[in-house]
Design a protein around this ligand. Structure first.
Ligand SMILES: Nc1ncnc2c1ncn2[C@@H]1O[C@H](COP(=O)(O)OP(=O)(O)O)[C@@H](O)[C@H]1O
Ligand SMILES: O=C(O)C1=C[C@@H](OP(=O)(O)O)[C@@H](O)[C@H](O)C1
Ligand SMILES: [Mg+2]
Length: 179
């Protein structure tokens, strides 16, 4: 079987709700494929010297989204690599269109209970601090479903270890590119 990276002509971009595994599975996927990895939230935090929670508090979600849109547009034009987006990035119509044109887009998806349990492990997501975690995630899942479903590939990341999700993504990419 041909090496997957020899068949890739574009970056792999992970989208989906908070807790789906974009950052942690993405890092492992990149390592498995021998590709660089970049996380849009980490890039924003490094460039601004502030956490996403601080940025939401200081400038509001609207300004965060502006910066996020510009950053993701830059990342997708760069080297072939694995890009983990923050959960809201793919909701912007321009970003969604750009990513679907220039990248392989993968929606990582898990049930609300799983997302709620995973996101409870760290208190770093500003949108989840405003009320009941599972309720907020359920509302966002409904609001965002239409956007996420426009990703080219849909992978469930509900059960199994990170490495199982990496396996599922690699199989799905091969199928997507007709290998
Ligand atoms: N498939 C998985 N199995 C077990 N734990 C997972 C899995 N995917 C993600 N996690 C855990 O869930 C938490 C959130 O994952 P993260 O990658 O930060 O999600 P996202 O970037 O999509 O918000 C982390 O503690 C991570 O280790
Ligand atoms: O879904 C969202 O709107 C957000 C998701 C977060 O990233 P993760 O999806 O990696 O948690 C982060 O970008 C910010 O807190 C907003
Ligand atoms: Mg993340």
């Amino acid at each position: 079987m041909q090496k997957l990276t020899d068949l890739l002509d574009r970056p792999i971009v992970l989208v989906g709700l908070m807790g789906a595994g974009k950052s942690t599975v993405g890092r492992r996927l990149a390592k498995r494929l021998g590709l660089p990895f970049v996380d849009s939230d980490v890039e924003i935090e490094e460039a601004s010297g502030a956490t996403t929670a601080d940025l939401f508090e200081r400038y509001g979600e609207h300004d965060f989204r502006d910066g996020e849109r510009r950053l993701v547009a830059r990342l997708v034009e760069g080297d072939i690599r694995v890009i983990a987006t923050g959960g809201g990035a793919f909701i912007d119509p321009r970003t969604r269109q750009l990513l679907n044109e220039r990248a392989i887009t993968i929606w990582l998806d898990a049930p609300i209970e799983v997302l709620a349990e995973r996101t409870a492990r760290r208190d770093n997501r500003p949108l989840l601090k405003k009320g009941n975690r599972a309720e907020i995630l359920a509302r966002l899942a409904e609001e965002r479903h239409h956007s996420y479903s426009e990703a080219q590939i849909h992978v469930r990341s509900s059960s199994g270890a990170h490495s199982d999700v990496v396996d599922a993504i690699i199989a799905a990419i091969r199928e997507h590119i007709g290998e």
